[in-house]
Design a protein around this ligand. Sequence first.
Ligand code: FAD
Length: 430
Amino acid sequence: MIGQTALIDVVVVGAGFAGLAAANQIKAAGVDCLVLEARDRVGGRVEAGSNGLGETVDLGGQFICDDMPEIMALARQHGKTLVRAYTVGAGLVQPIPQNADDLYGRVTAMRDRLNAIEPDDPSIAGLSVAAWTAAQADEKDAKAGFLSMIEGLWCQPPADVPLWYLIGNDRRITNEVPELQYLLKETIHSLAVDLARPLGDAVRLSEPAERIVQDASGITVKTPRGTISARKLIVAVPPVMAGRIAFDPPLPKSLADALGAWRSGRVIKAFVRYKEPFWRERGLSGMVFFLDPAGLYACDASHDDGHAALVVFIGGRIASEWAAGGKSGTAARIVARLSAALGPQAADALDITLRDWSDDRWSGGAYSDIVIDCAASNAEAVLRSGLADISFACSELSPSYPGYIEGALVAGREAAAEVVAQLAGSLPAG
Ligand SMILES: Cc1cc2nc3c(=O)[nH]c(=O)nc-3n(C[C@H](O)[C@H](O)[C@H](O)COP(=O)(O)OP(=O)(O)OC[C@H]3O[C@@H](n4cnc5c(N)ncnc54)[C@H](O)[C@@H]3O)c2cc1C
């Protein structure tokens, strides 16, 4: 039991990239800061783990690209080894569509057409992504591809995704180079550790914020180990997780409703190690885009030093279906799908390591929470406004790259800048 801690200028809840970026910026401004993290590690949805061969691999967020300036700068600043993802050769579509001619281009054209619609266009009010897709004149395989891509990226059934939300979200994902352009040889999780290092004891692990009390004396955060008093609070956790923290007095209705509008998706990430990148010999890139089952995607995640691997993302409804068969059942399904696409050598995996993020206690379940309440078009804006002394910052709320590590850095830094500016007038000089 730690008991009561002296008054801290800023408490940050959550040591994902948003919380860590915020805390570093606050510290750099000379303001006192404490980070409370529920897990026994930093990084949140970026996590490193050991595979069956004893190698450390990224089991959560992993890929970055040149169009993401904050995370690229951080990787370079910390001397990380950028490994360019292998994309030479043909990508495959499974099952092979009747009209294989530029399927990816036709799917991308649908996405571009969707993003040209104004999110507040009254004609799309109440419309889901599935309903919009059904009404399009595109060929059946292009529609199947589009729906599979949406389910794979947003990890929710397209019938549950409001069209306006998808447009507003997707428009902020502005990369022109492939988003799976680089991975880090040292793991991207090692960057989270680098971000936490200068904060030292100011990051408290295994200390979830359970209750946030606001009264005339300021803010008090209650954790299983005691209470902490703060002038300002940044809640740097995904919206669904923020909604599980008790607020006393309860949050204003607009904020409570805004938090309640989100739902976590479901994703399983599989890291499949091979002796050799056998697909390359056949002129294949290792990328397999599955029309059926929707939400399944594989690509090359090898290191250039002979560390051959495919990474498989199982997003949306199939994450639940496959998980029901247990880990061995999921691994068997992965091997069957990869073998059908890439050939029988896909069955000779040295190791298959699975990380099922669905229903994760502290992250929710997928790359990002999404707004599923069709009527909650102001949910993000309300959360971004926060309260006078409580801000919300997580990748989901970022003005650029929501749902990505880049977005987490941007959201965390923006919240920090605002809090530092607010405190600048009220703190004693020096
Ligand atoms: C499988 C997977 C693959 C992904 N792949 C990529 C990728 O290739 N590239 C990419 O850019 N992005 C990827 N992402 C998304 C990316 O990881 C996230 O967008 C980003 O890491 C979110 O950062 P965050 O700080 O906003 O939230 P989080 O990382 O979720 O951090 C929030 C932190 O708050 C903690 N927390 C929650 N509740 C409490 C509480 N009550 N008290 C204290 N602490 C609490 C959590 O433990 C967590 O550490 C992936 C995500 C997953 C799951």
